[in-house]
Design a protein around this ligand. Structure first.
Ligand SMILES: Cc1ncc(COP(=O)(O)O)c(C=O)c1O
Length: 413
């Protein structure tokens, strides 16, 4: 079965992976467990991405392997902060982990960026652990490129599995493969350690192993095309719906995996303490489950999965939008109409919240205030703004009609 995985991976690499460099695991999570355990020698440390897939840190902690986080940069398409990686590493650093396509950010790394990662790893004398469980879940402008392409620059351990691309997460089959044409990982006995560790943990289910060669070699392309189309459409819906929500911004349109990271603007929300509070209240009030970024190393961010039926996804995001509106903070605004004199009156109208002192115990209510120029901040959640005033004959709209009343209404988004 290892030869089936080796052949599968070799199709996209400039060299052939040896079946002896492949170890089957009970899913990719098992591969993560094995790698973090195998690298846990006294004093060693591993570099993990932030935000990241939390199992790496948990498994490292369980094995007593020190982990340090480097940043993924939201404003640079979530690329790895390579200067940060260099600053974090020391003589005891053994590996850095990347996830591509990325959970939780939804980004896909370009060939160029992967080359830079390999160069950094070479400089630091460490291996790259490349989690490619979402391989080929790339639906944006960048194609998926396996990190193993740069295995001759720095040794790469590729982690993968059939749970995502073949959509059979319960079948529990994954792999660890040394995509390392110079044989460094074999010579350093890392593969032996992986095999030894696997021997004291679990084996993947035998009948799924038996089906693996056919799964890898004979799945109809139409299956992948269809799956990718569905996920791409869902990503599109998710990104567009998120744009409608004022307190959530998405720095980078998802182009791979099944997730997107979005930033929460707490300053526009009332009574929400942080991302965890946001997600718990959202679950309680709207039955929508979103993962708080805190769990992934990014406080006050959200990780949203779009691997959901499109109708449910739209409904969930619409509910999130309603939730944000309902919890929207009172907006301060001052209106100033520069027309000289006191000819214009300004009305400000908005919805009072129960929590407003004047509204206590009365439910939501309408506030209507009138004033002249420069109304100070109104402590409400205004939805409408009315401007009313006397038009002068000299106003273009009023030419030849004498004085007239201007009444305009603006809907505040
Ligand atoms: C980045 C990453 N690695 C590994 C896994 C685990 O995959 P598997 O279901 O094959 O154990 C996941 C699953 O969510 C993942 O997101």
């Amino acid at each position: 079965m290892c030869s089936a995985v080796a052949a599968h991976l070799s199709r996209e690499l400039p060299y052939a992976v040896s079946p002896a460099d492949v170890v089957l695991t009970a899913g990719c999570n098992h591969a993560v467990e094995i790698m973090m355990s195998v690298l846990a020698s006294p004093g060693a440390n591993v570099l993990l991405p932030r935000p990241g897939y939390p199992l790496y840190a948990s498994r490292a902690a369980l094995s007593g392997l020190e982990f340090r986080h480097f940043d993924l940069l939201p404003d640079s398409e979530w690329e790895v902060d390579l200067a940060g990686v260099e600053a974090l590493a020391d003589a005891n650093t053994v590996a850095m982990v990347i996830v591509n396509p990325n959970n939780p950010c939804g980004c896909v790394y370009s060939r160029d960026h992967l080359a830079k990662i390999a160069e950094t790893a070479r400089k630091l004398g460490i291996m790259v652990i490349s989690d490619e469980v979402y391989d080929h879940f790339a639906f944006g402008s960048k194609p998926f490129v396996p990190m193993g392409v740069f295995g001759d620059v720095a040794p790469v351990m590729t982690l993968g599995g059939i749970s995502k691309r073949w959509m059979v997460p319960g079948w529990r089959l994954g792999w660890i493969a040394a995509t390392d044409p110079n044989g460094i990982l074999r010579n350093k006995k890392i593969i032996d350690s992986v095999i030894d560790y696997r021997a004291i943990s679990v084996d993947p289910v035998t009948f799924v192993q038996g089906a693996l060669p056919d799964i890898l070699a004979k799945t109809d392309d139409a299956f992948f095309t269809n799956a990718l189309g569905v996920v791409k459409k869902a990503a599109e819906i998710c990104y567009e719906k998120l744009k409608e929500i004022d307190c959530i911004t998405c720095p980078h349109k998802p182009e791979g995996s099944m997730f997107v990271m979005a930033k929460l603007d707490l300053s526009s929300l009332d009574g929400i303490e942080d991302d965890v509070d946001f997600c718990s209240k959202l679950a309680k009030e709207e039955s929508v489950v979103i993962c708080p970024g805190s769990g992934l190393g990014m406080k006050n961010w959200l990780r949203i999965t779009f691997a959901v039926d499109p109708q449910l996804l739209e409904d969930g995001l619409e509910r999130t939008k309603c939730f944000c509106k309902r919890h929207g903070k009172a907006r301060d605004f001052a209106l100033c109409i520069n027309r000289g004199g006191h000819g214009l009156k300004v009305y400000v109208k908005g919805l009072l919240k129960e929590s407003d002192s004047r509204q206590k115990g009365k439910g939501e209510g309408l506030l209507s205030r009138r004033g002249f120029f420069g109304i100070p901040g109104i402590e409400t959640n205004p939805s409408h703004l009315y401007v009313q005033g006397l038009l002068k004959e000299s106003d273009s709209a009023q030419k030849g009609k004498g004085k007239g009343l201007l009444s305009r209404q603006y809907k505040l988004s």
